[in-house]
Design a protein around this ligand. Structure first.
Ligand code: ATP
Ligand code: MG
Length: 422
């Protein structure tokens, strides 16, 4: 018979690794709550045009990475490759602006991009992220970076680098564009094919090219931060002094552009030395023009998105276990069929009381069940054989010291309570 394989670039997350995921998700929910961000969930697919418009035709995502298809109603559909455009779509469509002037939203989502799969680069991957919609204040950018850093800190991660830059607004960008093109033009034929294409349409992206020879050619390139308009320069200055005030270390990278077109002013990236080529764990910035681009009222906004697979890879490389595995509280061993009702009722009672309990479901020998209890690192084993059935008492073995006692069936909960396991 044919056996099936998962689609290339996707992952099965199996136990015990799934516990790391759950622990990470819990931590994200906890910190987001502290910062007063509220969860938003959007559909897994959207109209293709939302991304084409929201992210920009010339970005890697839209030009070559999207999973797009036509559905049976001849609609163009795309599996979401990022969350900012869907969040903004939801904000506009649900008239969230009418409820209150500012929204602080966060998400944990599965995303899809058809890229070349490699370590830390998948076709279905996960991001957590946050968006503050409605504030133009640099304080919102500072809070955003502080939030991302707080989450990483809470995971116990070490050695992360924060890079920041300002990409200005359309006004200063337009001015800068000519200056940059003048710098590139004499050597344009030496740049990679992608950069040649970007030269007319989006020359700023040339600064972001990862191609070795392009990086070399860009070494003396002019910096947009030297050409910011007064408003953008002031915003950038306040961002930096805000980060200084919080003691958040950063590096200014004048060539940090970020892939998506909708960014204005603040952009930032967090990288980890523990990862190879795919070293970015988090990227974000301000996107004051997106709401209008998607048919809404002009609404300033800022946010970040962080890759979860890469974060878990770094945690693993630093031997950080977020979901310390502790064994079961109780394992019940029984042989006689007559013991079944007592086993079931005891399990139900103890589970309701909050204990982690399990039993044998394979009708194994007592010896094999004992081995299973050991494998599950159970603290207490309750044994119920023929003698115990007759006497109405469990043989209770404390696996930490091997001491065995007898406890009446109905007293087991009291007994465990005295042991203060939970
Ligand atoms: P990269 O330069 O690595 O391609 P990007 O600029 O495309 O990153 P964003 O779209 O900003 O990334 O997404 C934010 C974060 O999501 C990245 O920093 C990374 O941690 C994660 N990420 C992006 N693409 C993938 C992927 N294909 N697989 C796993 N994680 C990803
Ligand atoms: Mg990418």
């Amino acid at each position: 018979m044919k056996q099936f394989k998962r689609i290339k670039g996707t992952q099965d997350i199996l136990p015990p690794e799934s516990r790391q995921w759950a622990a990470l998700e819990n931590l994200i929910h906890e910190i987001m709550e502290r910062y007063n961000f509220h969860e938003i969930r959007t559909p897994v697919f959207e109209q293709t045009e939302l991304f084409a418009r929201g992210i920009g035709q010339l970005t890697d995502i839209v030009s070559k990475e999207m999973y797009s298809f036509q559905d049976r109603g001849k609609k163009q559909i795309t599996l979401k490759p990022e969350m900012t455009a869907p969040v903004m779509r939801a904000f506009i469509e649900n008239k969230m602006y009418a409820q209150q002037p500012i929204h602080k939203l966060y998400y944990i989502a599965s995303l899809f991009r058809q890229e070349k799969p490699q370590a830390g680069r998948l076709r279905q991957f996960h991001q957590f992220g946050a968006e503050t919609i409605g504030s133009a204040d640099p304080a919102a950018d500072i809070e955003m970076i502080d939030l991302a850093v707080a989450i990483y800190k809470k995971t116990g991660l070490k050695d992360l680098q924060l890079s920041i830059n300002s990409v200005g607004d359309p006004l200063c960008r337009n001015r800068f564009r000519k200056i940059l093109q003048d710098y590139i033009r004499p050597n344009l034929n030496l740049y990679c094919e992608d950069c040649k294409k970007r030269f007319e349409t989006n020359p700023m992206r040339i600064l972001d090219c990862k191609n070795e020879s392009c990086i070399k050619l860009n070494e003396q390139a002019p910096k947009l931060t030297d050409y910011l308009c007064d408003g953008c320069a002031e915003h950038y200055k306040q961002l930096k002094s805000g980060l200084d005030n919080l003691g958040i270390a950063y590096r200014e990278n004048p060539y940090l552009v970020r892939g998506l077109d909708y960014y204005t002013r603040t952009v930032f990236e967090i990288t980890s030395g523990a990862l190879g080529a795919q070293n970015a764990v988090c990227g974000g910035g301000r996107y004051d023009l997106l709401a209008e681009e998607l048919g809404g009222m002009p609404t300033p906004a800022t946010g970040f998105a962080a890759g979860m697979e890469r974060l878990l890879l770094v945690l693993q490389s630093q031997q950080i276990d977020m979901a310390e595995t502790t064994g079961l509280d109780v394992f019940i061993i029984g042989m006689e069929n007559d013991a079944r009702p007592i086993i079931d009722k005891t399990l139900l009672k103890l589970r309701n009381a909050g204990y982690r309990c399990d039993q044998d479901l394979l009708k194994r020998s007592i010896k094999a069940q004992m081995r299973e209890a050991n494998r599950q690192a159970a603290r207490y084993v309750l044994i119920i054989g023929e003698n115990e059935l007759n006497s109405g008492k469990f043989a209770v073995k404390d696996m930490s010291n091997g001491i065995q006692t007898e406890i009446k069936f109905e007293d087991i909960e009291n007994f465990l309570e005295q042991q203060k396991l939970i």
